[in-house]
Design a protein. Structure first.
Lengths: 99, 476
């Protein structure tokens, strides 16, 4: 079960603006789904390592082994990437005032 | 034989022998899309002009006597969450409605090098979240076999396009079954490669520990051809690896040990689907295959485990769609602060299912719930992986149904999120374990295709192809 207050809190954390009706719907649906997730509670997981790595090799070898060389090169993509940003100013991504 | 009936190998042969030109081939498919896609709605965009000019280029090469690769001039469709430079890439979401890809995905770059002709981008469930392609912000794709039914999802557009012969082959992505389940529901072949086999650079990320790109094709041979081109290490995706592609030789059906997990025939499966799968297994047993009943004891926990992990990763991956880096800026509320702008852009830009998963993921990762949900799910994932490791000590491949039911009616499952999640009950554990798996047609129930899932050991796609080819011959 999840309360309306919790739904509001999670929506804010997730930066999702939900309408009043959506909140109510979400409360019902999430409760049903979380209820189903509770099935996992019957599994004995004591002493079991979490599988943060879907492939064992990431666990065995230090992360730096899969990183490419840290060399500086000019990216030809910069302009195109900025073109796909909604609002830019003088080559920077424009953000609304925070304060 | 009409041009749209051809497989990759057949079309290649005709191109090389100059029986047909690449332009004729491409035009045959463009005509077909034009004729059929109003009803099927597999495509979100069609690249008429660039497809023709790509085909022309291949014709030039052929006429100059140059040797062309197997995929040169072959018309392909691409799921609209894979980037093709200069073309829109929407992920079937309103929030990316006008997003133009600034670069090529690595798999696209590789395909371009072979001279593939890209016909267009195909429909999907928004951000690949769904099992019916009903969650697209733009249109609902119909199953070519029965237009009142869904094609499956989330790569439903790609599966429907291959089935309707609007392209020879297509690319999809598979996070919990999104290639295999639509392949099953449409009656075609779909491969999810091993985790790490195909670079995801340029794939719009959904759940990064699960996502893989793979082909949807008319037959096994074509799947292998496309797979061979797109796989391999890419320095732009640090999870990709260079593993030798093994070639199985002198493979005999009689020497393969095949496991059939009893848990996949217990609950949730439609009796008629079960009958088709069991009948098929009997048939291969008669051919001399060694069938062994095996157990994957944690099967029933795979779906909640997957849903939790996928939602958690999605909530992080989709944080970037904020109206500042991507999406539509909120110009109506000039005075609003940054938080309000986020709330509005994301609240309006995402569809219901995407919001639901972001909420679930945020909840599972939030302070106080992390241990109970996310961490526990990752531990259960370890147990699911171990089930497979143990089973693969005894058998070479595992056979299961791909989907518990055949193609369902449009609207039938859309009302309840949970009943939609059940569509992936037999496919999600393979992503959790990072294994390769392929779905191929193996029969019908009342005219609707039933898919057989062949699961292989990690990086043993070669064995899946071999076994699949045997089955294909038996079925023809």
């Amino acid at each position: 079960m999840i309360s309306k207050k919790e739904v509001n809190h999670i929506a804010k954390l997730a930066r999702l603006g939900l309408g009043e009706k959506e909140i109510e719907k979400m409360e019902k649906e999430l409760s049903l789904i979380l209820d189903y997730f509770n099935l996992l509670k019957e599994v004995d997981v004591s002493g079991i390592e979490p599988a943060f790595y879907s492939d064992e090799r990431f666990k065995e070898s230090p992360a730096r082994d899969v990183m490419r060389e840290d060399s500086v090169e000019e990216s030809k993509k910069a302009k195109k990437l900025l073109d796909s940003v909604p609002e830019t100013k003088e080559g920077f991504v424009k953000v609304k005032a925070i304060l | 034989m009409e041009l749209h009936e051809l497989t990759i190998t057949q079309a290649h042969e005709k191109l090389v022998n100059r029986e047909i030109s690449a332009i004729e081939l491409t035009e045959a498919f463009l005509t077909r899309i034009n004729k059929l896609d109003k009803e099927i709605a597999a495509f979100l965009s069609v690249f008429k002009d660039s497809a023709i000019s790509q085909a022309k280029e291949i014709d030039n090469q052929i006429s100059q006597g140059q040797e062309i690769s197997m995929l040169a001039g072959i018309p392909l469709a691409v799921k609209d969450n894979i980037l093709i430079e200069g073309e829109k890439c929407t992920a079937a979401s309103k929030i990316l409605e006008n997003y133009v890809a600034p670069y090529d995905a690595t798999c696209i770059k590789k395909l371009k090098e072979t001279g593939v002709v890209f016909l267009g981008k195909t429909n999907l469930d928004e951000f690949a979240m769904g099992s019916s392609t009903e969650n697209s912000a733009f249109k609902i794709t119909h199953n070519p076999q029965d237009l009142s039914r869904v094609p499956g999802g989330s790569s439903g557009g790609s599966a429907a396009a291959v089935k309707a012969k609007e392209c020879i082959s297509a690319l999809g992505s598979d996070t919990g079954g999104s290639i295999r389940q639509p392949a099953s529901l449409c009656g075609i072949v779909g491969l999810k490669p091993s985790y790490g086999r195909v670079s995801r650079y340029g794939l719009i990320a959904f759940a990064s520990s699960l996502d893989q790109i793979g082909p949807l094709t008319k037959n096994i041979e074509d799947a292998k051809i496309v797979f061979d081109v797109i796989s391999g290490k890419d320095e732009l995706d640090s999870t990709s690896v260079e593993k030798p592609k093994l070639q199985t030789t002198n493979y005999k059906l009689q020497t393969i040990k095949i496991g059939v997990p009893k848990e996949y025939f217990r609950e949730g499966i439609e009796p008629e689907v079960e009958k088709v799968i069991k009948k098929f297994i009997q048939k291969i047993e008669k051919e001399g295959a060694k069938i062994e009943e095996i157990s994957l004891p944690h099967t029933k926990y795979a779906l909640p485990c997957y849903s939790l992990i996928a939602a958690s990763e999605a909530s992080a991956n989709l944080a970037r769609y904020d109206g500042i880096r991507y999406g539509t800026p909120n110009t109506e509320h000039e005075t609003s602060n940054l938080l309000d702008a986020y709330l509005k852009t994301r609240g309006e830009g995402f569809g219901d299912e995407v919001k639901r998963r972001i909420m679930l993921g945020t909840y599972a990762l939030s302070s106080g719930y992390y241990d109970a949900y996310y961490l526990r799910a990752q531990k259960v994932r370890t147990l699911i992986k171990k089930d497979f490791q143990k089973a693969f000590q005894e058998v070479d491949v595992i056979l299961t149904p791909t989907s518990p039911f055949t193609a369902f009616k449009i609207g039938e499952r859309a009302k309840s999120a949970l009943s939609m999640y059940l569509a992936d009950i037999f496919t999600v554990s393979i992503n959790l374990a990072g294994l390769p798996a392929l779905s191929m047609p193996c029969g019908e129930v009342q005219g609707l295709p039933v898919g057989l899932q062949i699961i292989g050991k990690s990086f043993r796609e070669d064995e899946i192809f071999e076994v699949g080819s045997f089955f294909e011959k038996l079925n023809s």
